[in-house]
Each structure stands twice: as structure tokens, then as C-alpha cells.
Design a binder for this molecule. Structure first.
Ligand SMILES: NC(=O)c1ccc[n+]([C@@H]2O[C@H](COP(=O)([O-])OP(=O)(O)OC[C@H]3O[C@@H](n4cnc5c(N)ncnc54)[C@H](OP(=O)(O)O)[C@@H]3O)[C@@H](O)[C@H]2O)c1
Length: 242
């Protein structure tokens, strides 16, 4: 377990922390003593989640942030800067999908998926990058998906968004790694969250990764020796994709 310096507690911003993987990641970083900002669109749920961390002696700030909106991201970044001085670890996690054929996917759904999974990662990364560059350190975890590199039926737009975000991230890593910033790409397979309908969760429950498993992977990567980093990692159920 990493020893956090008492006067240098890392500040972690997790997008999409109302539920699923984002909530598990926020909880896991809070457990090791980090200050955690939980963002998402559902204010009351964020307050409940942050309240539980605070009740257990942790530090948590719930903030409403729609990652598709430049104004919303800027406002949150300014709130975080005022309260904590900046962000040491960003977890780009907020994401959406539809399990739908290309033909049936609407333009509105296309815009929402690309706006969240690609533009959202771009906006939040831009918001933290300048100050990380000044500090010459920082971790940016990007939660992609195996769909970034493997295609599935009824997920073409989701795959396009995840492949785009992965390419963006790989390019950014080349530009910033010499400046001390770690860009860490996580490609999970099926994780049991609300992204899947009830029937699929019931049918595949025993095969699916749990959100806490992904969260533990992030914390253990964060706790690696300072001389190394993990560029990219795929986390799959033992039996492979569903
Ligand atoms: N579940 C899987 O099998 C799986 C596998 C690989 C990768 N992933 C990726 O993991 C990430 C988390 O997904 P999940 O499975 O945990 O899904 P989830 O349970 O549906 O959670 C999605 C989260 O994203 C937030 N969100 C959605 N749109 C947003 C927006 N415009 N602005 C801010 N927050 C937004 C939601 O909060 P609000 O609704 O409150 O905004 C929620 O907290 C996604 O990027 C997903 O693509 C999931």
C-alpha cells in the first residue's frame, strides 16, 4: 500500500462517479486517503456517494458536471482549483452507449456517445493538463473498452468513440510523457454495471468483471514504483468477451 505524504495528499477527479465503475474508483482512491471529487449529472446521487466517503473519514466533493459541455467542465475545474488547488489524478470515466444496429442508431445518439466518450475526455483532459505540465507530474486514467480494439455487432458508434479516445490518448502520451505526466489507458471487457440491461446481467453475472475489480487495478497502477508506469492495460473476464 502506498504511503501518502500527510501534507501532499493527492486530489483525484473522477467523472461519471454517480454509479458503476466511476463510483467504485472514487471509493477506492478515498480508501487510500486521496481527496476525491465525484462528478456526474445526478446531483442527489453524487451527494449521497460523497456523504458515504465523508462518513467514513474521507475527503470528498460532489460536483455536477456534464462532460459534453465546455462551460460545465470549465466551471467544475474552477471549483476544484479554488477548493483543492488543482488535480493530481484525473479519471476520465463518464461514458454512454446504445446496443443498437448502425441502421437504427439515431444522429442524436451518435452525438451523445461521441460527445461523452470522446469530446468529454478531450475537454476534461484539457482542463487539467496545463497545471499538470507546470507541476511536471500527474496521472490521467482513461477508461476505454475492449470495444476500442475489437468490434461487436450493435456497437459500431460506441467502438468508434472508444477507438477515437484511445487514439487521442496514445497521441497525447507521446507529447507529455517526457514532462512527467502519465497517461494510462484501461481497456475493460464486460463489467457488471447499469450499462448492461437486467437480462444480460442476470445471464452473464458469473462471467462479468465487477466495478471494484477495475477500481483496484487503477489504484494498484497508481501505487506502482515511481520509476515506472503502465501505458495500456486490458482487463477481461477469464472466459473472454461475452
Ligand atoms: N460496463 C462495461 O461493461 C464497460 C466495459 C468497458 C468500458 N466501460 C466504460 O466504463 C465507463 C463507465 O461505465 P459504467 O459501466 O460504469 O456505466 P454506468 O454504470 O452506466 O455509469 C456511467 C456513468 O457516466 C456518467 N455519465 C454519463 N453521461 C455523462 C455526461 N454527459 N456527463 C457526465 N457524466 C456522465 C453517469 O452519471 P450521470 O448519469 O449522473 O451523469 C454514470 O456515473 C464508461 O466510459 C464505459 O464506456 C464499461
Amino acid at each position: 500500500m502506498i504511503e501518502l505524504e500527510k501534507n501532499n495528499i493527492p486530489v483525484v477527479w473522477v467523472t461519471g462517479a454517480t454509479k458503476g465503475i466511476g463510483l467504485a474508483v472514487a471509493n477506492a482512491f478515498a480508501i487510500i486517503g486521496c481527496k476525491v471529487i465525484l462528478s456526474g449529472r445526478n446531483k442527489s446521487q453524487l451527494e449521497i456517494n460523497a456523504g458515504k466517503i465523508i462518513d467514513q473519514g474521507g475527503t470528498a466533493l460532489p460536483v455536477v458536471c456534464d462532460v459534453t459541455s465546455e462551460t460545465s467542465v470549465r466551471t467544475v475545474m474552477s471549483t476544484i482549483t479554488k477548493k483543492f488547488g488543482g488535480v493530481d489524478i484525473l479519471v476520465n470515466n463518464a461514458g454512454v452507449t446504445v446496443f443498437e444496429s448502425f441502421e437504427k442508431t439515431t444522429i442524436k445518439e451518435f452525438d451523445q456517445i461521441l460527445g461523452t466518450n470522446l469530446r468529454g475526455y478531450f475537454l476534461c483532459t484539457k482542463a487539467v493538463l496545463t497545471s499538470m505540465m507546470k507541476q511536471k507530474k500527474g496521472h490521467i486514467f482513461n477508461i476505454h473498452s475492449v470495444a476500442a480494439t475489437t468490434v461487436f455487432s450493435n456497437s459500431s458508434v460506441y467502438s468508434a468513440s472508444k477507438a477515437g479516445a484511445l487514439a487521442l490518448s496514445r497521441g497525447l502520451r507521446m507529447e507529455v510523457r517526457k514532462k512527467g505526466i502519465r497517461i494510462i489507458d484501461i481497456l475493460p471487457g464486460a463489467v457488471e454495471t447499469d450499462m448492461w440491461d437486467k437480462l444480460s446481467r442476470k445471464k452473464h453475472h458469473h462471467k462479468m468483471i465487477q466495478p471494484e475489480d477495475v477500481a483496484d487495478a487503477l489504484v494498484s497502477i497508481y501505487c506502482q514504483p515511481q520509476r515506472m508506469t503502465t501505458d495500456e492495460i486490458t482487463l477481461r473476464p477469464v472466459e473472454g468477451d461475452l
